[in-house]
Write a protein of this length. Structure first.
Ligand SMILES: Nc1nc2c(ncn2[C@@H]2O[C@H](COP(=O)(O)OP(=O)(O)O)[C@@H](O)[C@H]2O)c(=O)[nH]1
Ligand SMILES: C=C(OP(=O)(O)O)C(=O)O
Ligand SMILES: [Mn+2]
Length: 597
């Protein structure tokens, strides 16, 4: 049996890479698939696998006149989000994973998961999916190979990454590739593991079919393994969108922004500025992940390692995000949305009337007025970035784009003002490190609880969070021209729970201020927390239909709220113990003294 599989791995393989062949054979020996298919990324292959997925009921074809090339997938109802409590960093020493990660000893993890993987692909096909994170040929780019028994994963990976022959060609005979193994298993909620082995450049994911757990190039490789490699190699792997903003004068400024999952990255990356901003243009480089390193001119250059968007569906409409609506009009895979009687998709917050009758995300009949949501709150679209009407021409640039501003933002109903600028790099790292955000449906667990989420990386940092923050501080020395750092909060609410700031396209007003600050064009006001827009010569509010007291409330700084906030930050820093960077502790002391002790 084993030798048959080893032979199968070799004979049909479109590569002679000995390390790759040996590894595929070894994994096939363990998982015992009936057959092995090497994916080439071609259109033929896409058609064949799509037809097969439809036949097996994994994909439901949508109305092809309304949504050409689009399909609906319904996941197992208890497998709809990332599972942070089952996600592990497997380093030889527990301290290397740090207090914010779950840890398992590597041998123990290989043994434990090995038991689940043994025979897990019996009666199934193992797909070998070579993929590149980053443009083909870019010095930033990393190659991964994911072995999976899920056609859904293959079809998603094909959208999310540069997949198939192009990646295999770039790898050549090198042994420098991420080894990813995924098996859907029986989706038993108690037998689900997402294990990362940074020392071995390996990821084993068992028992889930949800994107963030199984599209291994994304959160697992590009962030968890990426952040680990980035520290060793002197660069940053961040949970950030990248956009270019061009003024009517033709000046383009590139900005990267970190917001936790389901806190507005995709929306900000493709927003359309309000009518007052005639002649301004926003273009998307990336909507989720940025790999950033100092370039030869001393500036910080960023690439988006992905090729598609795995975006939150609910709340997306022609008012909030018209470009996303265009992006998902064709060639898109929808997961866990509702189905209309005429074969289109529907979700809470879509334009138009709520339909009288639907099939909900679990395939059950649904009627208007039902207390249950028709689409799952974490329902997702997977769409190629080439569908995006405002895709930046630099999205495929192997050298990336020079970043002038970094923005950190969370979902906070209180405390954090609309926008402020850090005094300097160290203070900016402090702002990122002390970020808090209310939890969302992107991960299983309670929604709406404030937790510390440094740089929006709490669930995605592949090593000790204290070392990570120190790495950010150290990067200051290797970046000749440091980006300016900002903090934003689109989610502050009034007493009745109404958002104080209209958000979405109107965030352009904040972005314009950021751009003006970067180029030293507007004065600011110093506050305890950082620099903020002045009343005069501050935010451009022309044409904004918003009472002045709401803007005042959204931008206010309340010292009593900050005293509470500082206590919560203290608990976080205490968790880091002796690894809490000294420079950040000094920043903290300065803030406490500014607040009057
Ligand atoms: N109130 C408000 N909601 C927003 C804003 N931007 C995004 N959202 C909502 O937040 C959710 C997640 O947004 P998304 O851009 O997909 O977040 P991502 O997961 O970080 O990419 C969606 O339901 C959006 O409609 C904003 O500026 N204001
Ligand atoms: C893809 C995910 O996140 P985001 O909302 O940041 O896109 C995820 O959390 O699995
Ligand atoms: Mn997103």
């Amino acid at each position: 049996m084993a030798s048959t599989q080893a032979a199968a791995a070799g004979t049909q393989a479109p590569t002679k890479n000995p390390t790759l062949l040996a590894w595929v054979a070894r994994m096939a020996e363990m998982t015992q698939p009936d057959s092995i298919v090497w994916c080439d990324g071609s259109e033929d292959e896409k058609k064949r696998l799509t037809d097969q997925a439809v036949k097996e009921g994994i994909l439901i074809p949508l109305n092809q006149e309304k949504r050409p090339g689009c399909y609906l997938h319904r996941s197992n109802p208890n497998d709809v989000a990332r599972v942070e409590h089952l996600t592990f960093i497997c380093t030889p020493n527990k301290t290397d994973a740090g207090p914010t990660n779950n840890w398992m000893e590597p041998e123990e993890a290989y043994t434990k998961l090995g038991q689940h993987f043994t025979g897990s692909m019996k009666g199934r096909t193992m797909y070998v999916v070579p993929y590149a994170m980053g443009p083909i040929g870019s010095p930033f780019t990393k190659i991964g190979v994911e072995l999976t028994d899920s056609v859904y994963v293959v079809l998603n990976m094909r959208i999310m990454a540069r997949m198939g022959k192009q990646a295999l060609d770039m790898l050549g005979d090198s042994d420098d590739f991420n080894r990813g193994l995924h098996s859907t298993g029986d989706v038993n909620p108690d037998r689900r593991y997402i294990c990362h082995f940074p020392q071995d450049n390996t990821i084993w994911s068992f028992g889930s079919g949800y994107g963030g757990n199984v599209l291994l190039g994304k959160k697992c490789l590009a962030l968890r393994i990426g952040s680990y490699v980035g520290r060793e190699e002197g660069w940053l792997a961040e949970h950030m969108l990248i956009l270019g903003v061009t003024s009517p004068k033709g000046e383009t400024t590139y900005v990267a922004a970190a917001f936790p999952s389901a806190c507005g990255k995709t929306n900000f990356a493709m927003m359309i500025p309000p009518a007052e901003y005639k002649g301004w243009k926003i273009e998307t480089v990336g909507d989720d992940i940025a790999w950033m390193r100092p370039g030869p001119d001393g500036r910080l250059y960023a690439i988006n390692p992905e090729a598609g968007y795995f975006g939150v569906v609910p709340g997306t409409n022609y008012k909030t995000n018209p470009n996303a609506m265009e992006t998902i009009a064709k060639d898109t895979l929808f997961t866990n949305v509702a189905l209309t009687p005429d074969g289109d998709v529907w979700w809470e917050g879509k334009d138009g009337e709520v339909p009288e009758e639907l099939t909900d995300w679990q395939g059950r009949p649904w009627k208007k007025g039902s207390a249950e949501k028709a689409a799952h709150p974490n329902s997702r679209f997977t769409a190629p970035m080439s569908n995006n009407p405002v895709l930046s021409s630099k999205a495929n640039d192997p050298m990336g784009v020079p970043i002038s501003a970094l923005i950190f933002g969370g979902r906070r109903s209180t405390t954090v003002p609309l926008v402020l600028q850090a005094f300097n790099w160290t203070h900016g790292v402090f702002l990122g490190a002390t970020m808090g955000s209310e939890t969302t449906a992107a991960a299983t667990g309670k929604v709406g609880v404030v937790r510390r989420d440094p740089m929006a990386m709490l669930p995605f940092c592949g090593y000790h969070m204290g070392d990570y923050l120190q790495h950010w501080l150290d990067m200051q020395k290797s970046i000749g021209q440091l980006p300016k750092i900002f903090q934003v909060n689109w989610f502050r609410q009034d007493k009745n729970g109404k958002f104080l700031w209209p958000g979405f396209g109107e965030n352009m007003r904040v972005l314009e201020w950021v751009v003006n600050r970067v180029h030293g064009r507007v004065p600011t006001k110093e506050t305890l927390l950082g620099w903020v827009p002045r009343q005069d010569e501050g935010l451009n509010l022309k044409g904004l239909d918003l009472p002045a007291d709401m803007v005042a409330e959204a931008t206010s700084i309340k010292e009593d709220e900050w005293k509470t906030e500082l206590k919560s930050q203290e608990v976080f820093f205490e968790q880091l113990g002796t690894k809490a960077p000294e420079a950040l502790m000094l920043q903290r002391k300065l803030l406490i003294s500014r607040l009057g002790g």
